[in-house]
Design a protein around this ligand. Sequence first.
Ligand SMILES: NC(=O)c1ccc[n+]([C@@H]2O[C@H](COP(=O)([O-])OP(=O)(O)OC[C@H]3O[C@@H](n4cnc5c(N)ncnc54)[C@H](O)[C@@H]3O)[C@@H](O)[C@H]2O)c1
Length: 333
Amino acid sequence: MILVTGGAGYIGSHMVKLLLEHNYEVIIFDNLSMGHRASVPEHVPFIKGDLNNHDQITQVFKKYAIKAVMHFAANCYVGESVNHPQKYYHNNIIGLIHLLDAMREANVKNLIFSSSCAVYGRPPKRLIDEKTVREPISPYGRTKFFSEKIIEDYSMAYGLNYILLRYFNVAGADGDGKIGEDHKPETHLIPNILRHLQGKQKEITIFGNDYPTTDGTCIRDYIHVTDLVEGHLYALSNLLHKKLNREAYNLGTGRGYSILEVVQKCELITRKKALIQYKERRPGDPPHLVANTRKALKELKWKARFEMDDMIHSAWHWFLKHPDGYPIDKDGR
Ligand SMILES: NC(=O)c1ccc[n+]([C@@H]2O[C@H](COP(=O)([O-])OP(=O)(O)OC[C@H]3O[C@@H](n4cnc5c(N)ncnc54)[C@H](O)[C@@H]3O)[C@@H](O)[C@H]2O)c1
């Protein structure tokens, strides 16, 4: 059985769907602080629990025969982390330690960890490879960096097997339009542009247009959520078959887009015109973050298949089918 923490979240729910399609048995652990019960099938065992509650997570390992954990549960907004570091250090770090301790007590040895390109901070190179020095510049990035270090230490001391996956900017929605991105509040670029073009938001805010880039806006590497979860599946299979262990991989496309380029693509696809408001740069935002993806290709045999247009089309399809996001369930999520 595979335990997916944060399985009712944006990426976690896509992961659950793919695992089920590949006949894995899955169990979801999520406190629904950001996730949605409706994003995962009714028949999959679902534990509404909080990683900050050691007892709740320990009970899961006592009840189910878990072979591996895919750990998505975390808070993940760079901007918010600058203003509320306490929330991030508590949830992302203490939550991880409770999970690792519960795994250790139950002798569960395999972990796939959701890390982030935020661990690289302001990288010295244009294309970031996995050996690039990890010098995060936001509390969020530091929680991912410290998490990686904690996992490395637990691995050395207690024999934990792990793969760290450092995602770039995840976007898009599953092809069948049933699951997608529904964050409240939403801070990610593509959903914000599309919500605006759908008439749900007055304008788009771009933080900083004086970065040292071609059009002054930040450049990011966007990866389709379907590609991303496929990368996890490859990592999981390699970990379970003892082919790879104690490795980190960038999951991105290796192609950067400026914020303005993404806005223009969204305008073209939706045939609507966006209203942009520029604000000051946000602390913690580096100008240029693009992955070198060679290691994932060579060792995981994984490569992103989808392009920016696919991400926007699939996200737009999801928003048109779900103008108000997921239905609210009895838990209020
Ligand atoms: N979305 C991106 O672009 C991106 C990029 C890099 C890394 N990541 C990482 O990927 C992971 C998933 O991101 P996402 O976009 O799906 O976020 P999300 O907020 O949609 O999902 C996170 C899920 O974890 C749950 N959760 C949070 N704290 C919890 C706790 N203490 N106990 C139990 N459940 C808890 C939330 O309810 C939510 O369902 C995160 O670790 C994030 O840092 C995301």
